[in-house]
Design a protein around this ligand. Structure first.
Ligand code: BDR
Ligand code: CA
Length: 315
């Protein structure tokens, strides 16, 4: 039986790919998408999520909007320079016939969690504000989370927004601390495993050739490829969120070690850093499984094969 899945997201180019990957994967049953502030404003992430689902012919998946900003301090800036001003690389997808779900994200999440017949996987691939609010508001629902797969943080790679901080944690460090300290079974998919996992032009060309949905996914990626090329001199793109979804879909894709993690919530240069204690394996009930190793070639192949299959089936 497919594992029930909720994706909490801020689309976002790599978020869009992650949603498509979930829809392409029979191991999971995407029951709800919740949206959060992050790469662009909440109204835009919500509209983008609706359009991405519609692109794949899955406007039936409900989209519930969540937090407009972080819990304590406002997110300093958005990421339009990476994802395009509207978040999808300048590509205008067809509007969805579906309206956003009228429920606030945390209410929708709680209802899906409590109604599910088996434990639910929650993949949080934007700032973790909604997840923190869920834990605080509906702890009984949060107990139904079988696995919480978080994209964010870094153990040994430094940051990608500041020298210390990865974007999703930097965007709401207080929420991140709340989530990482919760004791919910958690896998942390951070820059240590995402940065080496690069999708190059050949991979993009493979799903682009498989049908219009693949072509559109490739068009959305173009801005990201250009940004990576001009900023880092790389020939491919890091699909942070799609790698987190791969671990959500196929548990054990990543090599993890149980670690104690705290978030720097001070207001200095280290704000948003995930301090991962790698001196030892932790037995603490609030420790998290930190992804430390990845077979990047296999992970990219998984993504490309699944997206190509989705594009072929939607043709
Ligand atoms: C994360 O930041 C966002 O810009 C991406 O969508 C991803 O979730 C990577 O640091
Ligand atoms: Ca994201």
């Amino acid at each position: 039986m497919a594992t029930p899945l909720v994706i909490d997201t801020d689309p976002g180019i790599d978020d869009a790919l992650a949603i498509l990957l979930a829809l392409a994967s029979p191991e999971v049953d995407l029951r709800l998408v919740t949206t959060v502030h992050g790469n662009v404003e909440l109204a835009q992430t919500t509209d983008n999520a609706l359009r991405v689902l519609h692109l794949a012919g899955r406007a039936d998946v409900p989209v519930a909007a969540g937090a407009r900003d972080s819990l304590v301090y406002r997110q300093p800036e958005r990421a339009g320079h990476v994802h395009g001003e509207t978040g999808l690389g300048g590509v205008e997808l067809e509007p969805s016939p579906a309206a956003p779900d009228p429920r606030p994200a945390v209410v929708a999440m709680a209802e899906v969690l409590l109604a599910a017949e088996t434990p639910v996987t929650v993949a949080a691939i934007g700032p973790w504000t909604n997840v923190a609010l869920l834990l605080a508001t509906y702890p009984e629902a949060a107990e139904r989370i079988g696995r919480l797969v978080l994209m964010g943080g870094s153990a040994g790679r430094g940051g990608n927004v500041t020298a210390a901080a990865e974007f999703n944690v930097w965007a709401d460090p207080e929420a991140a601390q709340r989530v990482l300290g919760s004791g919910v079974p958690t896998v942390l998919v951070g820059l240590d495993v995402t940065l080496p996992t690069v999708l190059d032009d050949d991979g993009i060309a493979r799903f682009a050739a498989a049908g219009p949905v693949g072509e559109t996914a490739a068009a959305i990626l173009r801005q990201y490829v250009d940004h990576a090329r001009s900023t880092y001199g790389t020939t491919g793109v890091v699909l942070h969120d799609a790698l987190a979804l791969t671990e959500a879909i196929a548990p054990g894709t990543l090599g993890t070690v149980r670690r104690d993690v705290v978030v720097d919530t001070t207001l200095g240069a280290g704000r948003g850093q995930t301090l991962v204690d790698r001196r030892s394996v932790s037995s603490s009930p609030t420790a998290v499984e930190v992804a430390e190793t990845v077979d990047s070639v296999a992970a990219v192949e998984f993504l490309v094969t699944r997206l190509a299959a989705l594009a072929r089936s939607a043709r």
